[in-house]
Design a protein around this ligand. Structure first.
Ligand SMILES: *Cc1c(COP(=O)(O)O)cnc(C)c1O
Ligand code: SF4
Length: 347
């Protein structure tokens, strides 16, 4: 079997090649990929059955990315909430530490689309060291979320060095890794990686399955290896128009995740990120899905449906006490008590 580094080098980055393989016109793909790069791992590519299927839509450039009227490239104001280049600190007791500069497959709906495939996505040694120093200087931080990019694209020894430095900080009680490689590059989840990670309990890994067709035997084996190493697995799904915006699809996804020992954690409403507008549903779509499945599915299978409020005001659970009104401009209350408006229409 070839190693994961080799798979990664064989990722498809040329829209011409993709168009040829599926017998479609490459020009529109190329126009989009010049602005927002394409990258699809060989494994993820092998899961695509044809143009327009739910996996295709997640990773193949779409012309609507270029005409999206959404204004902000950084709606969550991550850059303002960044006390150090590799850190996003929005909640007192937990921080994001951006460690990994890249992803195995570029998701077209990525919140950090502004940086994907660009040099600004790479994190330097100095920035990483400054980020860890920042965490060490803030005794209120108990929980560090490694993000990026995909932290699991680091080599084992690089990741181990980061975990050792974090573990040496007395007030850091736990580490979470956010990463999509169980979905897009399951061969990365090697026994060596799992043996290394198992020493860092409590370690949580939130992965990112969006569709039941991603629950393959390879993905299942990756999740089981991680779970057997004592890593607690959760899943964050993004609600995507044309991909997973029905109760039936989500029910199959959430039940399937539990079979893989992965607990559904969040269902994210699409952020207002430029270039991703065609994926956004109305809030009602997510509410209807949860309403239809509350009861038919165990509470174990049901994630919390959340919107990340623009301007860095945090995640808002879409529950009655926070959802003041719908309509084309929904009114939401942040957990901090502030009332905000959120555009609630499809484009
Ligand atoms: C989502 C998020 C977290 C983690 O939030 P949880 O609700 O604890 O999962 C932490 N920091 C930032 C900036 C976030 O966006
Ligand atoms: S894996 Fe995550 S960070 Fe990477 S492109 Fe997909 S959504 Fe963005």
């Amino acid at each position: 079997m070839q190693d994961w580094q080799q798979s990664l080098r064989q990722a498809m980055i040329d829209p011409m090649e993709l168009a040829e393989r599926f017998g479609i016109d490459s020009a529109p793909l190329q126009r989009v990929a010049r602005r927002y790069p394409m990258r699809i791992s060989p494994y993820y590519l092998s899961l695509i059955e044809g143009p327009g299927d739910p996996l295709w839509r997640q990773c193949v450039p779409d012309e609507r990315e270029l005409t999206d009227p959404t204004r902000s490239a950084d709606p969550l104001d991550e850059e303002r909430l960044s006390p150090s280049p590799a850190v996003v600190h929005r909640y007192a007791d937990r921080v994001l530490l951006l460690v990994g500069g890249d992803c195995a497959t570029y998701c077209r709906f990525c919140t950090r689309k502004r940086k994907l495939g660009c040099s600004t996505m790479t994190v330097s040694e100095e920035d990483l060291a400054a980020g860890i120093d920042y965490i060490a200087s803030r005794p209120e931080v108990r929980d560090v979320l490694l993000s990026g990019g995909d932290p699991l694209l680091l080599e084992d020894d690089q990741l181990e060095a980061i975990l050792l430095r974090l573990r040496a900080i007395p007030h850091v009680e736990m580490v979470r890794i956010g990463g999509r490689l169980p979905v897009t590059l399951p061969e990365r989840i090697t026994d060596d990686l799992c043996q290394m990670l198992r020493r860092f309990a409590p370690l949580y890994l939130n992965t990112h399955f969006n569709h039941p067709r991603e629950l393959t035997p390879q993905a299942a084996a990756a999740c089981v290896r991680l779970a057997d190493a004592g890593i607690v697995l959760g899943n964050q799904t993004v609600l995507l128009r044309g991909v997973n915006d029905s109760a039936e699809t989500q029910a199959n996804l959430w039940r399937g995740l539990l079979r893989l020992r992965v607990r559904p954690y969040y269902l994210h409403h699409m952020d207002l990120v430029r270039g991703t507008g065609h994926f956004r549903t109305r809030i009602e779509t997510g509410l209807d899905i949860l309403q239809a499945l509350r009861g038919p599915l165990s509470g174990m299978a049901l994630p919390q449906y959340v919107i990340d409020s623009p301007g860095g005001k945090g995640k808002i659970p879409l529950l009655p006490e926070y959802l003041l009104s719908l309509g084309d401009q929904a009114r939401l209350r942040t957990p901090g008590g502030e009332v905000i408006q959120f555009p609630n229409y499809e484009i």
